[in-house]
Design a protein around this ligand. Sequence first.
Ligand code: TXA
Ligand code: MG
Length: 357
Amino acid sequence: MTEVVRVDPARPNLKDISRAADCLRRGGLVAFPTETVYGLGAHALDRAAVQRLFEAKGRPANDPLIVHISAFDQLAALVAALPEQAAPLAARFWPGPLTLVMRRAPSVPLEVTAGRDTVAVRVPAHPVAHALLLAASVPVAAPSANLFSRPSPTRAAHVLDDLDGRIDMLVDGGPTQVGVESTVLDLTVDPPAVLRPGAVSVEMLRTVVPAVRLPPSPPGGTRPTYVGDGEPMASPGLLSKHYAPRAPMTIYQGDPAAVRQALRAAAGEAIAAGQRVGVLATAEDAPMLNGVPVVIAELGSEDDVEAIAAGLYAALRQLDAAQVDTILMRDVSREEGLWRAVRDRIHRAATRVVSVS
Ligand code: TXA
Ligand code: MG
């Protein structure tokens, strides 16, 4: 049985927090909200607890975990040496959605780092995560609290959908604010490289470390590399199933008006073929589907990327729950700020990209 404890996200009850912290210290598995997504925590220095965490998620043991701490001063104990950029980055972005990859101290179990010589660390900003880490007073390894290959949970209900009965406790602090996972920045390479875009954007990072490098964008963004009409995507990186809904998802790229027409036509064809069709639609896209019997998961206005990020995974789960056979979406071509993270997750969720001319 998973015990669910509801707390006030802004001012959690300390009795509840200290019970969750005790559970963690004794090797239990506790899901809790961070400002990005819900994490599934385990005592990071307890090998057996970390092994149970991998089992509960069904996560492959070769995917390393992020270690969460309550403050920068706990970092030195986890790393072999502090890279020179760590302090200025932490001063600017911690607590917050930035994860730093550094050389591992011997005290960090290889179970946490998946056998690597490096460790990823962050200080979350959510008051519940912060209170829990303070009370536990141990570093807490926490991947997103979803079953492997499902979208990350941004609501307590998502955690229960995936992990009820597989973990000891869930601290329910309501919906998370950011909605996409933290930015992961590798400080073991020179210049530092973004491994996963997040809410701490590359523009923000470059105000502290101007040379920060980016991974290649998905096709159709600021550096377009089109794939042929109807062809499956070539890049294996973009086929990563980490953020995926159950149904196959197709992204349509090109001029917005032409794409909306193509999307409407594709929905009509799929319906005629007997399929249940889901559409991830912005507020601007939705009117184009008037009269077409599709399940629409609305993402909000394109003028509000924060709202789109916050609702993205819930929308994917909503389409899963509606048991659609296929999901269609219009691509966004913007990549500034938080858009880069949103596009990254959308493209990882997709099985196919179609360019419309
Ligand atoms: O926002 C977040 O980061 C959330 C919350 C719970 O903090 N956590 C999260 O964890 O997204 P997870 O396990 O779903 O993703 C961790 C990411 C993975 O892409 C993993 O490969 C990368 O961080 N990572 C962890 N340790 C690493 C390391 N030593 N070197 C490179 N990448 C690492
Ligand atoms: Mg994850």
